[in-house]
Design a protein around this ligand. Structure first.
Ligand code: AMP
Length: 113
């Protein structure tokens, strides 16, 4: 999609700090990290969010990418959090589907601030 920053990063129109990539998905570091590991898993095709008709194959590729990121970052055993902000009430600011992978610190048990 024209003028979508994550389309551009996922497809190397703009380069970023990549952690993992395959045919369907790119994972790169968030520019404003909220934890020692903060990586965004993003499909190369444009979907606004997780309820925008995302094909099962793409969701499976994103789940695989999360696993690869967790392994690469050394947080697969210690644990990590995956967040998909969806729409205005969730505070979604970039309207291209992305999963935040957060880890490298103990985030406690609460979900809300
Ligand atoms: P959300 O609020 O879920 O839409 O999250 C968007 C995230 O994208 C934020 O954590 C931003 O810091 C991050 N972000 C925005 N632009 C970029 C960029 N060009 N490169 C890396 N991360 C970005």
């Amino acid at each position: 999609m024209e003028d979508c920053i994550f389309c551009k990063i996922a497809n190397h129109v703009i380069e970023s700090n990549y952690v993992y990539e395959d045919e369907l998905v790119a994972a790169f570091r968030d520019m404003n990290p909220q934890a020692p590991t903060h990586v965004l898993v993003v499909p190369k095709e444009h979907y606004a969010n997780i309820v925008d008709g995302v094909p099962a194959q793409t969701l499976a590729a994103m789940a695989h990418a999360v696993d690869e990121v967790a392994k690469a970052e050394g947080i697969r055993e210690s644990g990590f959090r995956v967040i998909a902000n969806t729409g205005d009430d969730a505070g979604q600011t970039v309207h291209h589907l992305h999963w935040h992978v957060l880890g490298g610190t103990n985030m406690g048990e609460g979900l809300m601030p």
